[in-house]
Design a protein around this ligand. Sequence first.
Ligand code: 1HN
Length: 374
Amino acid sequence: MAHSYDQYREEMVGRANVADTPDLLAYYKRLETLGTGALWTVANKIEPWEPASTSVPMLWRYRDLREDVLRALDLVTPEQAGRRVVYLENKGRADVVAAVGWLYSGLQVMAPGECASSHRHSASALRFIMEGQGAFTNVDGHKMTLGANDFVLTPNGTWHEHGVAEDGTVCIWQDGLDIPLMNALEANFYEVHPDLQQAISFAVDDSTATWAGAGLRPAGAQWTKRYSPLLKYEWAPTYEALTRYARVTDGSPYDGILMDYVNPDNGGPVMQTIGASMQLLRPGERTKAHRQTGSFVYQCAKGSGWSIINGQRFDWRERDIFVVPAWMYHEHANASDSEDACLFSFHDLPVMRALGLYREEALGENDGHQPILS
Ligand code: 1HN
């Protein structure tokens, strides 16, 4: 927020404002030797007026990454690597291996017949399938088959392994996890399954068959876990839901036709720490700018367009990934006048909401559009 000088002076009342003197500098040195410090030297930094993300807006173009992701197939095996992944590193968050904020993301690649061993951890994870046929994942014995634009959960604490069928093709998907958050909270555990692959304990794709009925749930079904019983959200019904909704609503001025993936048991987010959404921008649609607490990772699932994030324009097309750091204005546009564009996203809004920290603000000036600075 831009502060006028008068506003600034007024706001500085009650803020730390102590000039260095030789006595004070000596005092700070002395405090340091005691394992202490004077709060007024750091107060303004640790209590900013508003969130000041160290993450930067970034876009990773799939056409720039794809060949190098595929190269990993020849360089390491899943046995060696555990997971064969090229991760996305935010320039401002390299120290915590985050794509943005407290969210991690990477591109995982697997060849037909390969399987990555089973493990579980405190981090919650999701996959969004980018290309290939025959990918599968097994989550606590629920095996799921995966196709392009399918969205799948591996909630925290669930055993999971992934692979590609012998008669499949090379598959690439995006992983999303809250590893940086789990590490920040110093609550991250990791365990390897005693068997390389767990048993398949249920009918293949049973979670989708059981819980994805439109507006229906199995009579008497009980669910007591803290994540969604629906583990795979397929693309075809997701896209259909968006196009149907688009026929009857103007949508959000900031997001177009935006729908959240939900836990069908309670209507809440899919996992406790990570939520996910799919949005559709109608042909020619251009949204207005708003900002939110919470960090967002987007992948273009269909079409092409551009987003302005904190005054910077990023052009995207299918499979490109970009991030919106917390409290930065962002607005989206569909580049086509005839085709719709779809953006998948995952974010930490469930954390923001659970802690009472969620805030949202529209850009008031300039008819809701940011000036493009670069
Ligand atoms: C993980 O479990 C997977 O299951 C991928 O495919 C990436 C990055 C860090 C920690 C766990 C997976 C991961 C990960």
